[in-house]
Design a protein around this ligand. Structure first.
Ligand SMILES: CC(C)(COP(=O)(O)OP(=O)(O)OC[C@H]1O[C@@H](n2cnc3c(N)ncnc32)[C@H](O)[C@@H]1OP(=O)(O)O)[C@@H](O)C(=O)NCCC(=O)NCCS
Length: 449
């Protein structure tokens, strides 16, 4: 059949098919893997929670072995307030005295039942129709008392003593989702109020989980400019915590608690810890099934830190691009020019050294230009170029740009392989067209976003 006679397909359907094909690699990669997911009390209370339930159910249907850990912090505070019981804290930990414990047990029990109900939803017009999810819960977490500190008795506030790994694994092998809460049980038959972050972290460590996923509020872990931080080494996460000490802001506190758990989990050999916004519809799926992601990965593997550049990076960028300028691969940029344009750059740092950079320049007509992409020769072919490009494309999208151009003399094929198509000087926005250097004769490529 000739091309022009082929039936045309609705563009949305086409995109959907493309996306579905594209995600198959991720589906295969995640099958039979163990993920521990922390759903904080804040996430449970959010209007997006039903969507999180759908997405978790989908993971279960795709063969991911799931352990869910739910928290109850804001709900417990509410319940205590309503019961006229004062919430008492010491060292940032709730004191679970006998009076509070009754309200804590009641609140957590109610939340657990509500979660079970949500996962049982199978109405014909719901995304979970036919999913047949089985949740399993029990005394999988053994606890011990936190004790008396600074003369303060914490009563039934506890710490995780042991995770019943074999029992959890038996449930997972049967395809059940294991549901844990922030309550643990002691050998003396007592109930202890634990930190849900600690339960999630210890469970992921005990199971040697492939991923620990922690839901956090807001847009995610952001740098000082408000940009999402895509990845952090445990060392980078420690630095972040040092720079973002608790300021009394509740969202920041939840994020910091999650980061502290992520650091501990990385020390416990959980290699991939994802911090994902609980407020964004589909953030979990985007993080797990797209290259761009939608959260912050804390990993020992990704020791490189991708971040927004700031003025202190100018020296490092100059050093990185000098050999490429000398070879004629990149156009020359003076220190002064870089100082004014540095906020357009993203960089990848490793142990304080810049090993990669790239810039995004917004142009007219919802267009942008990606420029000055450079990976240090020792760090090429490790996916850094691709990660930088994805990060700039995501930023371009968030700035409502519809396409990005690239002018290149040396890496045409690399850009073609990364979704760009051949374009021409004529297609460039006017301001860029006028500056086009015919002597340099760069190839013009474009990518629709
Ligand atoms: C082009 C560049 C950005 C790619 O970065 P990277 O981190 O090495 O790329 P990735 O790891 O994401 O991709 C690696 C793949 O791209 C290929 N590749 C690298 N440079 C390429 C080029 N110039 N042309 C075609 N393919 C290239 C590699 O061979 C590798 O493919 P393989 O896995 O099949 O072997 C990097 O090589 C670089 O900085 N080059 C010098 C500067 C430059 O040319 N910049 C572009 C000017 S606008």
């Amino acid at each position: 059949m000739k091309q022009e006679n082929r039936p045309t397909m609705d563009q949305t359907v086409q995109q959907y098919i493309e996306w579905f094909r594209y995600s198959s690699a991720y589906i295969n990669a995640h099958r039979n893997k163990v993920f521990v997911i922390l759903i904080t009390g804040e996430a449970l209370a959010d209007e997006n929670f039903p969507n999180i339930v759908y997405d978790i159910s989908l993971l279960n249907s795709l063969g991911v072995k799931l352990v869910l850990v739910h928290g109850a912090r804001p709900q417990i505070s509410d319940a205590l307030r309503k019961a006229g019981i004062e919430s008492r804290y010491h060292r940032n930990l709730r004191i679970s005295d006998p009076q509070s414990l009754a309200a804590i047990k009641e609140t957590v029990g109610r939340l657990t039942i509500d979660i079970e109900a949500q996962f049982s939803l199978g109405l014909i017009n719901s995304p979970m129709h036919g999913s047949d999810i089985r949740l399993s819960r029990g005394n999988f977490i053994t606890a011990r008392p936190f004790g008396v500190h600074d003369g303060v008795d914490f009563f039934n506030t506890g710490l995780v003593r042991k995770v019943q790994r074999d029992a959890i694994e038996r449930q997972l092998s049967q395809g059940n989702i294991v549901l844990l809460s922030n309550l643990g049980y002691s050998c003396t038959g007592e109930v202890f109020n634990l930190s849900a972050e600690q339960v999630a972290m210890e469970t992921a460590t005990a199971l040697r989980a492939d991923k620990l996923i922690l839901f956090i509020p807001g847009r995610g872990v952001l740098d000082t400019e408000g940009n999402l931080i895509n990845s952090l080494s445990p060392e980078g996460a420690r630095n972040y915590l040092r720079d973002h000490e608790d300021s009394g802001d509740q969202e920041q506190k939840v994020t910091n608690d999650a980061l502290a758990a992520a650091i501990k989990a990385s020390e416990g050999k959980v290699n991939r810890v994802h911090l994902i916004s609980h407020q964004q519809n589909g953030a979990l799926l985007q993080e797990l099934f797209t290259r761009e992601g939608n959260g912050t990965l804390v990993s020992n593997d990704s020791f490189e830190e991708l971040r927004q550049a700031y003025i202190g990076d100018v020296g490092g960028i100059l050093e990185l691009i000098k050999p490429l300028e000398q070879a004629g691969t990149l156009v020359q940029r003076s220190r002064e020019l870089l100082e004014t344009e540095v906020t357009n750059f993203k960089v990848v740092a490793w142990e304080g050294m810049l090993i990669a950079c790239a810039a995004l320049y917004p142009l007219e007509n919802a267009s942008g230009e990606i420029a000055c992409i450079a990976i240090h020769p020792d760090y090429q072919k490790r996916g850094l170029g691709r990660r930088l490009l994805s990060s700039l494309e995501r930023e371009a999208r968030s700035r409502q740009l519809e396409r990005v151009f690239i002018l290149t003399t040396a890496a045409t094929h690399w850009f073609l392989e990364n979704g760009f198509r051949q374009s021409s000087v004529d297609e460039l926005p006017e301001s860029k067209k006028q500056l086009y250097n015919y002597q340099r004769n760069s190839k013009v490529l474009v990518k629709e976003l």
